[in-house]
Design a protein around this ligand. Structure first.
Ligand code: PMP
Length: 413
């Protein structure tokens, strides 16, 4: 039974039970229409109301500027997952970079394009993948690795964020089409304590979306798949600055990109197209948008005070839960080793080894956990070990149960 299980999966991840209960109803009959929500047209008035409710909820939670001017941001829903956004941000930001350049220069664009750089901060498996996708799309010569966190540790593995004075951003800001980072590295358990900076800052927030306030205004684009903190697998949220969209930005014409041997992205990942159509360019899975809206509404209800960022109540809960777990792990250093450096430990994905990675001990730990109804604790297949994901919908009681097990297991060693 669901109520006896504490689930720490890394994504897909737990959702609040009341939301799922209501979801099971709306699947059969939405708002007394006699039609289920997955059956309703994405262009129906009901669907439009859902879309707008979810967008408003997100704006309030993260204080996202709402205006048509250059300071405003659009909230888009796309498909193709976080991985789709690895490509989307490249397509879009090179189009902006070339488009702006072509306004002032008609001759010698080839030579200018040779200077174009995409700056990537590689602090874990997901930012690494994003940088590899950029290299695949436009060529490795355009990708500048500002920092590779693996080089900062003796073990050659992810688990740190090298200090800023060691970073090597592209020297000329005008050459930079985007500066990319992954706010929380799901596989490696590394989270930025504060956001980095750089021209056209792009953040992957797939695994820590809605867990703390975000300085949206410092970003050109923020994206995240819904399937961890926000909702069901199927939609990806992108928050895009109006400065990067027409009429505030000039984009490169497709034929110019072709001439310069740069790619044109697929239309379903094209931010201007999705934005112009309010995310209804093609069929949007409106059920997923509804789930996200319900999850957001619950967070707003937790934080009625409109004077502080509405996400701070959830932030306090997230901090409380992760502090509790790290506290136990640190109490038994002979049994547990937290993988990342203390200053960059993720509040969302707690990655640790047992007895220095002793596989028999880790198996025994997982087996004992399963017996107690503590599930989803196996580390990512690429790194092994244990990973406890502490997403928003993991209740405090589930974390307390895990903390108790961690203590009991360590004492038995
Ligand atoms: N970025 C991060 C931080 C992730 O954790 C994931 C998925 N676990 C992705 C991107 C890729 O997302 P998707 O599977 O939705 O493509």
């Amino acid at each position: 039974d669901r109520s006896e299980i504490a689930y720490f999966g890394a994504g897909p991840a737990p959702l609040p039970t009341p939301v799922l209960e209501e979801a099971s109803q709306v699947l059969l009959n939405y708002n007394n229409t006699g039609i289920g929500l997955t059956e309703l047209s994405h262009r129906s008035p009901e669907a439009n109301a859902i879309l707008s409710h979810t967008q408003t909820g997100l704006r309030r939670l993260l204080d996202i500027p709402d205006s048509d001017g250059p300071d405003g941001y659009q909230i888009l829903f796309l498909q193709g997952g976080g991985s789709g956004q690895f490509s989307a941000v490249v397509y879009h930001l090179i189009s902006v970079w070339i488009g702006e350049l072509a306004k002032t220069k008609q001759q010698g664009l080839d030579a200018e394009v040779a200077k174009m750089r995409l700056d990537y901060l590689v602090t874990g498996s997901w930012s690494l993948k994003a940088s590899q996708e950029a290299a695949r799309l436009i060529g490795p010569e355009h990708v500048n690795i500002v920092t590779d966190a693996r080089k900062a540790r003796d073990d050659g593995k992810f688990g740190s964020i090298p200090s800023r004075d060691t970073w090597k951003p592209t020297p000329h800001k005008d050459d930079v089409a985007l500066t990319y980072y992954c706010d929380n590295e799901t596989v490696d358990g590394v989270e930025f304590p504060t956001a980095p900076s750089g021209p056209n800052l792009v953040a992957d927030m797939s695994s820590n979306f809605l867990s703390r306030p975000v300085d949206v205004r410092a970003h050109a684009a923020i994206f995240g798949g819904a399937q961890k903190n926000v909702g069901t697998t199927g939609i990806t949220i992108a928050i895009i600055s109006n400065r990067l969209l027409p009429p505030h930005a000039t984009l490169a014409e497709p034929q110019l990109l072709r001439k310069l041997h740069l790619p044109n992205g697929p239309i379903v990942l094209d931010y201007p197209t999705i934005s112009k159509n309010n995310s209804l360019y093609n069929t949007l899975p409106i059920f997923d948008v509804w789930i996200a809206g319900q999850v957001m509404q619950r967070l707003l209800d937790q934080s009625p005070d409109t004077n502080t960022p509405r996400i701070t109540a959830q932030q306090a809960t997230s901090n409380h839960k992760s502090t509790l777990l790290y506290g136990v792990l640190d109490t038994y250093p002979e049994t547990y080793t937290v993988v990342p450096d203390a200053s960059v430990r993720s509040r969302m994905n707690l990655c640790f080894r047992i007895r220095g990675g002793d596989s028999a001990a880790e198996q025994a730990f997982l087996k004992g956990a399963t017996q107690r109804g503590l599930l989803g604790l196996k580390g990512h297949r690429s790194v092994g070990g244990i990973r406890a994901s502490n997403y928003n919908a993991v209740p405090v009681e589930a974390v307390e149960k895990l903390a108790k097990y961690l203590t009991d297991f360590a004492r038995e060693q």
